[in-house]
Design a protein around this ligand. Structure first.
Ligand code: PMP
Ligand code: GLN
Length: 424
């Protein structure tokens, strides 16, 4: 029994922040602002569509559908994204449905990355990009968003975290096969500006690199900001895969319906990956999401559109959380998008002391202390950095504000904490 059972590609990718913090939250916390999911229901029209799909007359919705996407879903996605991108899209070749955005990402890395290829990842990043690149045999190359100090007396914004153009350019080389872009960005909530996207696009074109564009938070943008799709910039359509998620779009993270949109020259390889791995995604969930998009297509830009209402509601929740965090002495970084907010906890070192020379970053220790002692769960920002850079930005934690009752309960904890701090 001495023969190793583990394939080499799994070396060093066994730890996972969600597994660790979901368990911690379940054990200790009464109030969970950690893992990103809403505590409120999805829109009625979507729930009704799912009910109809599973209990209606169309019993074939319980069977397999087309491998690369249920026809009604790929059709409406092609229509909507065609309109958003200003180009004609073929539902059969320019769209592919996946098991959540996770599988879309996995297909991209498996389909495009070979041993020796480099993939540029912008830090902080959604954690799964790193293990997925490594499992494909590629080498992740990291480039950080660097924070600029905010104006005197002002809170920092996610827009203050920026790429250094020269540093970004220095990461591109002959080995660069792709860059992963995530705008709006998880965890910071940064919405990349047109200028920043043009910088990335120019480098992709110059170095003939692909762009894996994770846009799962595309509808969650605040303060009148605009989400710009990098695929719409010159020279980018042919080299970009757009990734989306019904989980984020309609607040149904458990349904695991995602998609890819892009040119056939790229999507044909995603189809090869998909047909040889999961083959197919749940038909009823795809049918319900198709109906949800159909409704949104008809209400596009109107006041009763879910894509108009949801960001409005979430912006209020963001502002509520900002106030609660400021009360206890954390310094929130105001997110321009997503339903996440990162807060600076460096002022807490007297209350929760740092342990010099410890392998564990301060924010991770702080988040564990907070869940155990205050019953409030959040995610350390260092989880969104590669191993070598975890200590570069280790005094921030990420909160999810897609919450109703949970946000109120978090405020109660933070207000009580504030009073305790004020007590002699
Ligand atoms: N990308 C980002 C940036 C995410 O935050 C998430 C988490 N939901 C995903 C991809 C995965 O999405 P899904 O739940 O649709 O698989
Ligand atoms: N995307 C979610 C987040 O960032 C959670 C992903 C997961 O649980 N694997 O919180």
């Amino acid at each position: 029994m001495s023969r190793p059972v583990q394939a080499r590609r799994l070396e060093g990718v066994d730890k996972n922040i969600w597994v660790e913090f979901v368990k911690l939250a379940a054990t200790y916390s009464t109030v969970n602002l950690g893992q990103g999911f809403p505590d409120f229901p999805p829109p009625e029209f979507l729930k009704e569509a799912f009910s109809r799909a599973v209990s209606g007359e169309k019993h074939m919705l319980h069977q397999y559908t087309r491998a690369f996407g249920h026809p009604p879903l790929v059709k409406i996605l092609a229509q909507l994204f065609g309109k958003l991108l200003g180009r004609d899209l073929d539902p059969m070749t320019n769209v592919m449905v996946t098991v959540g955005a996770y599988q879309a990402l996995f297909c991209c890395f498996q389909a495009f990355i070979d041993e020796g290829d480099e993939v540029i990842i912008i830090e902080p990043f959604f954690d799964c990009y790193e293990p997925m690149v490594k499992m494909a045999g590629g080498t992740p190359v990291y480039v950080p968003l660097r924070p600029k100090a905010p104006k005197e007396g002002k809170l920092m914004s996610s827009a203050d975290w920026q790429l250094d153009p020269a540093e970004l350019a220095s990461k591109f080389s002959e080995q660069t096969k792709a860059i992963v872009l995530n705008s709006p960005n998880n965890p910071l909530g940064k919405v990349f500006s047109r200028g920043e996207l043009e910088l990335i696009a120019d480098l992709c074109v110059k170095h003939d690199a692909l762009c894996i564009s994770d846009e799962v938070y595309e509808w969650l943008v605040y303060d009148g900001k605009e989400h710009i799709r990098i695929a719409s910039l010159p020279g980018m359509w042919d080299r970009t895969v757009i990734i989306g998620s019904a989980g984020k779009t309609f607040n149904v993270t458990g349904w695991k319906v995602g998609w890819t949109v892009g040119p056939n020259r790229l999507l044909q390889h995603l189809r090869t990956m998909h047909q040889n791995s999961v083959y197919h995604c749940a038909t009823a969930a795809q049918d319900a999401v198709a109906q949800g998009f159909q409704r949104e297509f008809e209400h596009y830009g109107k006041p009763d559109s879910y894509f108009v209402q949801l960001p409005r509601e979430l912006q209020q929740k963001r502002d509520q959380l900002v106030q609660s965090l400021v009360a206890v002495g954390m310094k929130p970084i105001i997110p321009e998008g997503t339903y996440f907010l990162v807060a600076d906890i460096s002022e807490f070192k007297s209350e929760v002391p740092d342990v010099p020379n410890s392998d564990e970053p301060y924010d991770s220790r702080f988040a564990k202390w907070m869940v155990k002692n205050k019953g409030l769960a959040a995610i350390p920002l260092s989880a969104f950095y590669c191993g070598a850079h975890k200590n570069n930005y280790n005094s921030f934690i990420r909160f999810c504000f897609a919450k109703d009752a949970t946000l109120k309960a978090a405020d109660d904890i933070l207000q009580k904490w504030k009073l305790e701090k004020a007590a002699p």
